[in-house]
Design a binder for this molecule. Structure first.
Ligand code: PRP
Ligand code: MG
Length: 177
């Protein structure tokens, strides 16, 4: 039985579809990285659910780090400025890094984080997102692994929020307007 929140208009990606797709994507990541030590950098808060589910499908020596960045501030439009909320970056010097985020939209967040991680000395960086919007990005930035491509509409659930709410929904859905 799917728990339909009263503010959700439709379920775009079901819990089952997410589960199946994550199995495939995680397998692909593991093939590419072989059994090498990997640092996962999850971008808070949106990547919380996705990264937790992905990490449990990746049986390699794994270090989990987080970077807290924000640019939407709970709304539906990027402010255009990516704000780093931590004092510094995690220790990624000489490491292979997999950056995980819930969604690639303008590309500004992923682009800014990758730049910082390179600056911090990461040896190799790949990116993995649950969702990628089919649209013109503000910067040239595409993810190496994309679980689902979606149209340019505002979605919530499975980590994605509107005004801080709905991150806990087990599916990706579209809000009622
Ligand atoms: C959202 C989302 C991604 C980013 C994607 O984060 O979680 O990190 O924006 O958008 P972009 O490609 O246009 O940069 P947000 O700033 O809302 O913070 P949050 O993760 O804490 O919700
Ligand atoms: Mg985010």
């Amino acid at each position: 039985m799917v728990y339909m929140h009263k503010s959700i208009d439709k379920v775009l990606i079901t819990e089952e579809a997410i589960r199946e797709r994550l199995d495939t994507v995680a397998k692909q990541v593991m093939e590419d990285f072989q059994a090498e030590e990997l640092v996962v950098v999850a971008l808070l808060k949106g990547a919380l659910v996705f990264a937790a589910d992905m990490c449990r499908r990746m049986p390699v020596p794994l270090i989990i780090e987080t970077v807290n960045v924000a640019s939407y501030h709970g709304g539906t439009e990027s402010s255009g400025k990516v704000k780093f909320l931590d004092a510094g970056m995690p220790d990624v010097g000489g490491k292979k890094v997999l950056v995980m985020d819930d969604i690639l939209d303008t590309g500004l967040t992923m682009d800014a984080v990758i730049r910082e991680l390179l600056e911090a000395g990461a040896e190799e960086i790949r990116s993995c997102v649950l969702l990628s919007k089919r649209k013109q990005r503000s910067v040239e930035c595409e993810a190496d692994y994309v679980a689902f491509e979606i149209d340019d509409e505002f979605v919530v659930g499975y980590g994605l929020d509107y005004q801080g709410l709905y991150r806990n929904l087990p599916y990706v859905g579209v809000l009622k307007v």
